[in-house]
Design a binder for this molecule. Structure first.
Ligand code: AMP
Length: 270
């Protein structure tokens, strides 16, 4: 595996390759990331994984500072997977050139966009920069970050003529969605996260089976969960899988959740 830190070196290295798969990450490589890497390797002749903790998508400096990082372990994992290129650019290099800014529309300001102001503008900004450098025809992303996927598809896939390949959420045996942020949780919080995930999986299943009997409004349920687990839930909503509009439970839908547990924010969808 070649580790590349400069945009110049990356361009030199990949200029002759047409068949590249790109897997953007913020590091803390886990089985979720690995599923994306394997999907890319199955399809593409070369795979680039990036590790870049993007400052512009964090509202508070502390959140950016405390994001779990372990580049040494990551390099070992990626080497074992026989990834072709690891791209780890510096913040100042990624942000040194001018490019288009993205502004969300009113109808986009739902779910995480409502609760993390500026977050997705930061995500779109950095993805726009990476994609204009790498210009891969295939991007590999996880359904774990479903709204991110939705917005990148809408704002960037046309501009770069890129195919977005999605991979389902990888979970632990006790149903917690793998996430680098899980490293910030203690044992007790992890246990709670597992119980919450199992409950939400049950709700989704029951709703799917008996959609006519279920209420779309989950606000009572949200309050109950907050009390039971001593968590703060930002949202708990059924939304349309394609449009992300609030759902009538007739078309394909997903249950979206974001909550804070011991000051760590977790998101998931089922
Ligand atoms: P991150 O490093 O958290 O920014 O994630 C990088 C990519 O990995 C994104 O496309 C995520 O959606 C994806 N990802 C993160 N966690 C998981 C998971 N548990 N299962 C599948 N994909 C994931």
């Amino acid at each position: 595996m070649k580790i590349i830190t400069s945009i110049f070196d990356l361009n030199k290295e990949i200029k002759d390759y047409r068949n590249i798969g790109f897997v953007p990450t913020m590091g803390g490589i886990h089985e979720g990331h690995i599923s994306l890497i394997k999907a890319s390797q199955k399809k593409k002749s070369k795979t680039i994984v990036s590790i870049f903790v993007n400052p512009t998508q964090f509202k508070r400096k502390n959140e950016f500072k405390n994001y779990p990082r372990n580049i040494r372990n990551d390099i070992i994992s990626l080497q074992n997977l026989k990834v072709d290129y690891l791209f780890t650019p510096k913040v100042k290099d990624i942000y040194k050139f001018k490019t288009k800014r993205f502004i969300l529309r009113k109808e986009d300001k739902i779910l995480c966009a409502k609760f993390r102001k500026g977050h997705f503008e930061g995500v779109l900004n950095v993805m726009n920069r990476f994609m204009s450098i790498i210009k891969s025809k295939d991007l590999f992303m996880g359904e774990k970050d479903y709204q991110q996927l939705h917005l990148i598809r809408r704002f960037l896939s046309k501009k770069f003529n890129v195919r977005i390949n999605t991979c389902p959420t990888i979970r632990t045996a006790d149903k917690i969605a793998l996430s680098t942020r899980n490293k910030l949780l203690n044992k007790k919080s992890l246990k709670k996260a597992s119980r919450i995930a199992k409950l939400l999986i049950k709700i989704k299943k029951r709703t799917k089976l008996h959609s006519s009997k279920f209420k779309l409004d989950l606000s009572d349920y949200k309050k109950e969960l907050e009390k039971k687990f001593n968590i703060k839930i930002d949202y708990l909503e059924f939304r349309d899988e394609k449009s992300l509009k609030l759902n009538n439970l007739k078309n394909k839908f997903r249950l979206f959740v974001a909550y804070n547990i011991n000051k760590v924010r977790l998101i998931d969808n089922f």
